[in-house]
Design a binder for this molecule. Structure first.
Ligand code: HEC
Ligand code: HEC
Ligand code: HEC
Ligand code: HEC
Ligand code: HEC
Ligand code: HEC
Length: 289
């Protein structure tokens, strides 16, 4: 009886949190009866009343859910645990509940369930995270602020639109005064990357060539067909600066100075040394140049 009273109170609180909610008013009926509190399609994906669809339509706010099902999602006053179906370490607050997959939390799936790389929410996520032949991997934090945990008051914000916040390798500064190869005839490059949500192009990223002698290439996020990562897109062969130009340098001679990262036939031999924010020169790694 005490528990039922608590449930009744929690229901009242629930209604304050969830205006226009689908919750019904007869919570004093025994909780074990299915579909007493929630509408019939609540556990059926595809139904307009499915709880996932409801949550998405209400700013991804789980605060009403935790008021009855407990802050740990293990049932609370209701006894109905979210973990029955959401078996990740944090139940429904696990990072791949609303986006991502078993591989990682990045799309696919995007927030609308899209899986094709031509969908803007999916785009080039996985190729950046995994890296590819000739290229080191890029972490989420290079492009976003990554939340530690999800749930009421934490993440998501509920706008449903991802925020791009570039850091780390994406903003590496080059041609820094005082460094050995500083060229005072060229500006110091301090990248300020942007993402244009209409054209879906990234601009001014260090990674795609916003560095000394680079091409400052503007790749399109949702074109993932190897057309944008050929040698010569991000920087010339060789780059366009006094160190390289007019010296007869070709792809086959890069290795004279940039070994062991690249070999005599112009093949990148060590992926983890390319697009890292560090310059590989004469067998050493320079984090500033
Ligand atoms: C007013 C209290 C209350 C609120 C608020 C509430 N629930 Fe429930 N929920 C219950 C009760 C009681 C049950 C068990 C009876 C039933 O299934 O109707 C239940 C059952 C469920 C079930 C079925 C569990 C199973 O094992 O079949 C799901 C899924 C669920 N709730 C999800 C949610 C989500 C998601 C939210 C937030 C949007 C939420 N609930 C908000 C009280 C609540
Ligand atoms: C309840 C659904 C939900 C859960 C759980 C969730 N996210 Fe999100 N996530 C979103 C939504 C919605 C967005 C779009 C931006 C927004 O609304 O805040 C988003 C955006 C992001 C972004 C893009 C940057 C941003 O904040 O816009 C990252 C990175 C991210 N989530 C990582 C995570 C991680 C890591 C976890 C686990 C700690 C997690 N998410 C759990 C719904 C969720
Ligand atoms: C009976 C199984 C079941 C239970 C119990 C359950 N869920 Fe879900 N939930 C699902 C399924 C299935 C999906 C859809 C997964 C998909 O689309 O891949 C889902 C999706 C979600 C989503 C993602 C919404 C979106 O569109 O991104 C959230 C958030 C969520 N559930 C929260 C909860 C919460 C909170 C509880 C407990 C109060 C709960 N679920 C209990 C089966 C369940
Ligand atoms: C190379 C940069 C980059 C990296 C790395 C990256 N993202 Fe994103 N992410 C983007 C861009 C660009 C978008 C925006 C697409 C748009 O707004 O149309 C986005 C959008 C998203 C969205 C929203 C999807 C939607 O449906 O709108 C989520 C969620 C997200 N990222 C999570 C992550 C997580 C989690 C990671 C790491 C596991 C990650 N991202 C790594 C660039 C990146
Ligand atoms: C996505 C953009 C991009 C593409 C495409 C690209 N590079 Fe690079 N490259 C960079 C960046 C950024 C650097 C600067 C150093 C660093 O961060 O590793 C660099 C540096 C180099 C260097 C100097 C050694 C080093 O790593 O510091 C060589 C040599 C090189 N690239 C060769 C190539 C070859 C060969 C190809 C084609 C297989 C290629 N690059 C394609 C971005 C790119
Ligand atoms: C004779 C030695 C030498 C050869 C050969 C050479 N580089 Fe370099 N490279 C350098 C030096 C020195 C730097 C240091 C920074 C500077 O002066 O710009 C550098 C820097 C770079 C950078 C960082 C951006 C920049 O311009 O500073 C890239 C990218 C690069 N080299 C690519 C290449 C590629 C691609 C080839 C072959 C087509 C090549 N290099 C051949 C000496 C060489």
């Amino acid at each position: 009886m005490k528990n039922l009273m608590k449930l009744f109170l929690a229901a009242a609180v629930g209604f304050v949190f969830v205006s226009c909610s689908k919750l019904q008013n007869n919570v004093l009926t025994p909780a074990a009866t299915q579909n007493v509190v929630h509408p019939a399609g609540w556990t059926q994906p595809g139904s307009p009343d499915f709880h996932g669809t409801y949550i998405k339509g209400h700013g991804y706010d789980l605060s009403s859910c935790v008021s009855c099902h407990g802050a740990d999602y293990k049932g609370g006053l209701t006894g109905a645990s979210c973990y029955t179906c959401h078996k990740g370490a944090s139940g429904p607050a696990t990072c791949n509940t609303c986006h991502g997959s078993a591989t990682n939390a990045a799309p696919p799936n995007d927030l609308d369930g899209n899986t094709s790389t031509s969908s803007p929410g999916v785009g080039a996520h996985q190729i950046h995270l995994a890296g590819s032949t000739g290229f080191d991997s890029v972490s989420c934090s290079s492009c976003h602020t990554v939340p530690d945990s999800a749930g009421p008051g934490m993440h998501p914000s509920g706008t449903g639109v991802a925020t791009l916040k570039f850091s780390g390798v994406a903003v590496t500064q080059t041609n820094t005064p005082g460094t050995r190869y500083y060229d005072s005839s060229l500006p110091t490059v301090v990248p300020n990357p942007t993402f244009n949500s209409s054209t879906l192009q990234c601009a001014n990223t260090y990674c795609h060539g916003n560095f000394k002698g680079g091409n400052n290439y503007t790749p399109t996020w949702n074109v993932v067909n190897a057309s944008q990562d050929s040698c010569g897109s991000c920087h010339g062969l060789p780059p366009n600066d006094a160190t390289h130009q007019g010296k007869g340098i070709t792809l086959q001679t890069c290795y004279y100075c940039h070994s062991p990262m690249i070999g005599p036939d112009g093949t990148i031999l060590v992926d983890s040394l390319h697009v890292t924010g560090k310059l590989e020169l004469y067998g050493k790694s320079y984090s500033q140049w």
